[in-house]
Design a protein around this ligand. Sequence first.
Ligand SMILES: [Zn+2]
Length: 172
Amino acid sequence: MSRRRYISTEISSDPKIYKLIKRGGFFAGMLYTWMIPHADDDATLPCDIEELILKVIPGLRDISVEEVESALTIMTDLGLIIWNKEREELRFPEIPYRLDDHWRLQDSEWKMLRLIVISRDGLVCGICGGEVAPDDVHIDHIQPVSRGGSNDLDNLQVTHSVCNKRKGNREL
Ligand SMILES: [Zn+2]
């Protein structure tokens, strides 16, 4: 109960993402997040869908072209992406960013990543395994950013603030 309430509070801080997840499920939210670091410097991404699947979600073999197409359609409706079908290209109109080795996140992107990690992990600390109070959630980079860790979802986990601080810069 407390988890559900927490998540909906977080989501409502970014209405478009809330709508995306509500309409397309968490897969659509994750796909959006995963696509961003694959975009070129001009914020575009080739969007032949099979190519997109291979590039962005190669590990998700049971995801179909139709599911991706449906998620992209919802993102388009919401203005999160501009989908130029003739040029087979997607553009992210609202995300000014530069691709570094470690791409920098806007606040709204971080909020969304945080939300997705909490949805995936629940309120369970990835370091000690204990339950985490909603107002104590920290999102930890498993491999620290200072050591080359990325913002990819598989490098992020929910932790207690205390466990996160205790870990510091060490890689567990
Ligand atoms: Zn902990």
